[in-house]
Design a protein around this ligand. Structure first.
Ligand code: PEP
Ligand code: MN
Length: 337
């Protein structure tokens, strides 16, 4: 349920409404907007039947949220979610570029990649320490050592770290090292894992599963939000279709659809969406033009030697070109890079 406040409502009145909601055993979330301020309410709405909220000073009107996802819905919040990570703001005017190798390989290569990306304008560094591999015989990632290497790369370059957690047992560990915790496409509906990162104190980049609908993705975001973590970034990373020319199909539609349905920042992953490095630039540009708040890209100084996903990994030279072109597109859509 949503309580829309009158424009002139005072802070005392807001506090009074919030306390009243809490006393009824419900959870209020206040957001201040430019036009209207809102209190989103989570819990059993029927408790409000005997307590006419509309009668309280400062309340303009009360509306139900008809969507199955509540906290993720656009209506639940005044304005968009902007996530502060260090000096960066995700979901604001600046288009965020997260880049790095698919996998953390070793300290030397990670530092070299991180320095190269920092020089070329990346906003965050990515790299998997825990890798979800189709084959149990394939390289599974460096685990804790990988996280330590990422932390060293952050110390050297100042770039914040985005890295994946696959297992509830590792959330505490990954939370200690990551600036953004990534949930991969194979875990979009791992509800126990979502609850666990919902209790974490770091932002979560939630990838869309290759067979999850947009509504299912938003329901997954709802798990994280309702467990206490308000900093969720949604990431379209390509879905499975009949098309075999690319690894997946980037659902570009998901960007405007999500922008309409939710206040959360929306990213794409052109690397996993296409599976081929020559398509990464075009799909990155399309993402920015279509209204995405950022991209997560796989980049390496020597993609051919990359331990995993080399085929879709761009070189540092290509990364420079991508950044330059993003910089030229950005003003046309009211953004900076
Ligand atoms: C990744 O980003 O490293 C990854 C495994 O992506 P996805 O979960 O989208 O397949
Ligand atoms: Mn990869």
């Amino acid at each position: 349920m949503i309580i829309v406040l009158k424009p002139q409502t005072s802070q005392e009145e807001v506090d009074h409404i919030m306390k009243k909601i809490e006393r009824l055993g419900l959870k209020p979330y206040y957001s201040k907007g430019e036009q209207a301020s809102i209190i989103g309410v989570i819990g059993d709405d029927s408790k409000l039947l005997d307590h006419p909220i509309e009668a309280i000073a400062g309340v303009e009107r009360v509306m139900p949220v008809l969507k199955p996802y509540k906290m993720a819905s656009r209506e639940f919040k005044a304005g968009r979610t902007i996530i502060s990570v260090g000096t960066e703001s995700i979901g604001d005017t600046k288009f965020t570029v997260i880049a790095g190798p698919c996998t953390v390989e070793n300290e030397e290569s990670m530092i070299r990649i991180a320095k190269g990306l920092k020089e070329r304008g990346a906003t965050f560094l990515r790299g998997g320490a825990f890798k979800p591999r189709t084959s149990p015989y394939a390289f599974q990632g460096l685990g804790k050592r990988g996280l330590e290497i990422l932390a060293e790369a952050r110390r050297v370059t100042g770039l914040g770290i985005c890295t994946e957690v696959m297992d509830v047992r590792d959330v505490e560990l990954v939370e200690q090292y990551a600036d953004i915790i990534q949930i991969g496409a194979r875990n979009t509906q791992n509800f126990n894992l979502l609850k666990e990162v919902g209790a974490a104190k770091k932002p979560v980049l939630l990838k869309r599963g290759f067979a999850t609908t947009i509504e299912e993705l938003l329901m997954s975001a709802e798990y994280i939000l309702s467990n206490g973590n308000q900093d969720v970034i949604l990431c379209e990373r390509g879905i499975r279709t009949f098309e075999t020319a690319t690894r997946n199909t980037l659902d570009i539609n998901a960007i405007p659809v999500l922008k309409e349905l939710t206040h959360l920042p929306v990213f794409t992953d052109p690397s996993h969406a296409t599976g081929k490095r020559s398509y990464v630039a075009a799909t990155s540009y399309a993402s920015l033009a279509a209204g995405a708040d950022g991209v997560i890209l796989e980049a390496h100084y020597d993609p051919e030697s990359a331990v995993t996903d080399g085929v879709q990994t761009v070189s540092l030279e290509t990364f420079s070109e991508i950044m330059a072109t993003l910089g030229r597109i950005a003003p046309a859509v009211g953004r900076t890079v």
